[in-house]
Design a protein. Structure first.
Length: 320
């Protein structure tokens, strides 16, 4: 229910009111700035700008399809949009769009970023300030809200090469799903089953050709819809739908670092190597402080005592 922005306190329920100066403002109206909140995937949101850091250390928007660009969608809810939160975000962050998603309450906001390299997100994203602004309005982690990360499909390559690398990504996620990935997502099983179910694949064997692996993994995911752990339905991105929302800077950056690391790992390693790898191997060449803290806390990550995990390949039984 949307109410007039500034009214006598008695004009609307107390639980919907916050005091700004001498006025009481309906929290859902965002201080009269409701029109600043875009509808879901509004055309005014420009995703054609790709942010990167040049060799001079400065921000630039020169697109390079060989680079790994990521954009996130962070759903926040159950806070107070009042006192111009949306307007303040719009004025301070050119690369962030505030939208409303039908899965959220009237107080909900979806923070959607333009695509950028990990280095740019870390150096120029200014997400510490962004999330602090949200926490000051009582937005925190909440059940039912997700953090989705889109990665550029072009990074994985063209044609069958790209599809095979995406198949390796799905198989790596499946390999580490129960004991490593699920704890790192911070989501409970019910939420994952509803919004980000583990991709179903046919059993992959060591003798399978690349074409067969693509058919068993990627094409199976394409047929299954978008509410999967790894959503392959989008033309230009691959979407990680598995993470719980956050208003914590270290968790957001650690999540982006995590996605960046596993995408780079699957692209640079064979399926045989992924079948044999340990959890710690995936991050050996792409470790970051925020990600390591999250990995240790949620997955028991320890490079000195690596874990033995499941295999990718199924067991091929001899024919009689």
């Amino acid at each position: 229910m949307i109410l007039q922005a500034t009214l006598p306190f008695s004009s609307f329920p107390k639980e919907y009111a916050i005091k700004v100066g001498d006025e009481y403002i309906c929290s859902f109206c965002d201080g009269g700035y409701v029109n600043n909140l875009l509808s879901y995937h509004d055309d005014r949101a420009d995703y054609s700008v790709f942010h990167d850091v040049g060799i001079d250390g400065k921000s630039n928007t020169e697109y390079d399809n060989s680079k790994l660009y990521m954009g996130f969608e962070d759903e926040i809810d159950l806070g107070f949009r009042g006192s111009g939160l949306v307007k303040n975000i719009n004025s301070k962050f050119d690369h962030i769009f505030c939208m409303h998603d039908g899965s959220l309450s009237d107080a909900g906001i979806e923070l959607i970023s333009q695509p950028a390299t990990l280095e740019w997100h870390e150096k120029y994203g200014n997400y510490d300030e962004l999330l602090k602004m949200c926490r000051q309005r009582d937005y925190n982690e909440c059940d039912g809200c997700g953090l989705h990360v889109h990665v550029s499909r072009a990074f994985f390559g063209e044609g069958d090469t790209g599809s095979y690398n995406i198949a390796k990504l799905i198989l790596l996620v499946k390999k580490f799903w129960d004991n490593r990935i699920v704890p790192f997502t911070r989501r409970d099983r019910c939420a994952l089953n509803e919004w980000a179910e583990l991709n179903f694949t046919e059993t992959v064997y060591k003798s399978d050709s690349r074409k067969t692996v693509i058919e068993k993994v990627v094409e199976e995911s394409d047929r299954a819809g978008r509410y999967l752990a790894i959503n392959t339905q989008n033309d230009n991105t691959i979407e990680f739908r598995i993470f719980k929302n956050t208003t914590d800077y270290a968790t957001l950056i650690g999540t982006l670092q995590f996605v960046d690391a596993i995408c780079r790992y699957v692209k640079s390693h064979t399926l045989d190597e992924i079948d044999q790898c340990k959890w710690e191997d995936v991050f050996a060449d792409n470790m970051h402080d925020e990600m390591e803290e999250e990995l240790v806390y949620y997955t028991g990550f320890n490079p000195d005592y690596p874990h033995h995990d499941d295999k990718v390949y199924g067991t091929e039984l001899p024919f009689d």
